[in-house]
Ligand binder design. Structure first.
Ligand SMILES: *Cc1c(COP(=O)(O)O)cnc(C)c1O
Length: 356
């Protein structure tokens, strides 16, 4: 498919590039952004790259009242040969349209959208840092813009893509974290919006996250909303356990976000011949396996951290240590392989990587 070259307006002044050793996640943005509009008459139209700047919206815009929005998160990496690489970006485009469907937002052409993102990155290529662990974070999002307080889907939308250079998630090396099993609040219910990347899912988790942080935990481990028995996710990451040689991750139940990292880890493990199962797993089974000395590793998986080893978990007052609080061997191998494929140092047998 050929997509026409985007119309673009160059920023009159350019920002100074940040020190790659002092990047803080999501705080600094590049010189340009991508925008596109939707109306019922014209569909998605007016794709454009223009200077990154404040936007002006009517206070009655529907996004402010009923939160109709979706977003995505992926990264561009600079390889040793100075190529700019994207990791399975077509999966993010597909997922964004699945989120759109759930949130009654009109879908877009996935191939075209990916081509626009590539053109934006091409314009901003000097913003892709090259130091180990750094990348350019890509945040596409859509908001309902119709000025109307009626409770129904917006008739107009804006889609944006903004870019933010981000530093290494592990400046001091990969580090296991302590997590808290959340027994009061839940993240998502069957039939709800847990499988969509939509803003409200995340703000609804802030109170539990704050409580967990206050008691010295890095993340919340979410259980299912009905029985508070089955493990769902950890923070904004999918979760994996290695028990007695087998890797287990909760099956996609409708309330779990279908991570690209999750999917890639399952495919990698299968290719390595490591037994990997998607099924329901109760927190009691995890504790039981720990008691029997069979809980070998546990980790979260997502674009930001790639993998985040779990060193300990707290349930009520009881604390359980995993792997003596060290990073497991398989966790480390998955981290090294995935980051290697993403940055072009490990051979990409799966054809996961796309050059911009
Ligand atoms: C984005 C996200 C993930 C991870 O998805 P990736 O595609 O691997 O980045 C997992 N859980 C939640 C709730 C998320 O929002």
């Amino acid at each position: 498919m050929t997509v026409k070259k985007l119309e673009w307006i160059e920023a009159p002044t350019k920002k100074e590039k940040p020190d790659p050793n002092e990047l803080i996640f999501g705080r600094m943005f590049t010189d340009h952004m991508f925008t596109m509009h939707y109306t019922e008459e014209n569909g998605w139209h007016q794709p454009q790259v223009r200077p990154y700047e404040k936007i002006s919206l009517d206070p009655a815009s529907m996004i402010f009242h009923y939160g109709q929005s979706v977003f995505e998160g992926l990264k561009a990496y600079r390889s040793a040969d100075n190529e700019i690489l994207l990791f399975r970006p077509e999966e993010n485009m597909k997922r964004m349209n699945r989120s759109n469907e759930r949130m009654s937002i009109p879908s877009f052409n996935e191939e075209e959208m990916l081509e626009y993102i590539k053109q934006l990155i091409e314009i901003e290529k000097d913003w892709v840092p090259g130091e180990p662990g750094t990348s350019l974070y890509i945040r596409p999002f859509i908001i309902g813009t119709e000025p109307n307080l009626g409770v129904h889907p917006s008739h107009s939308y804006q889609l944006f893509v903004i870019l933010s250079p981000v530093g290494s998630y592990y400046p001091e090396g990969i580090n296991p974290v302590k997590i808290k099993v959340e027994k009061e609040y839940t993240r998502a219910a069957q039939g709800g919006t847990g499988m969509a990347k939509t803003g409200g899912n995340y703000s609804a988790g802030y109170n539990a996250q704050e409580k967990a942080s206050n008691s010295g935990h890095a993340q919340v481990l979410w259980l299912d909303a009905v029985e508070k028995k089955y493990v769902e996710e950890v923070g904004s990451m999918n979760i994996f356990f290695k028990i007695n040689g087998e890797v287990i991750t909760p099956s996609l139940s409708g309330s779990i976000l279908e991570g690209v990292t999750r999917k890639s880890i399952i495919e990698l493990l299968q290719s390595w011949g490591v037994p990997v199962t998607e099924r329901k797993i109760t927190i009691d089974e995890v504790i039981e396996s720990h008691r029997e000395g069979k809980l070998e590793e546990a980790f979260g998986a997502g674009t930001a951290a790639v993998v985040s080893p779990i060193g300990a978990f707290t349930i009520d007052e009881a604390q359980y240590q995993v792997q003596d609080g060290e990073t497991g061997e398989l966790t480390k191998a998955l981290y090294d392989t995935l980051t290697g494929i993403q940055t072009g140092t490990v051979k990409d047998h799966f054809n996961w990587v796309t050059e911009v």
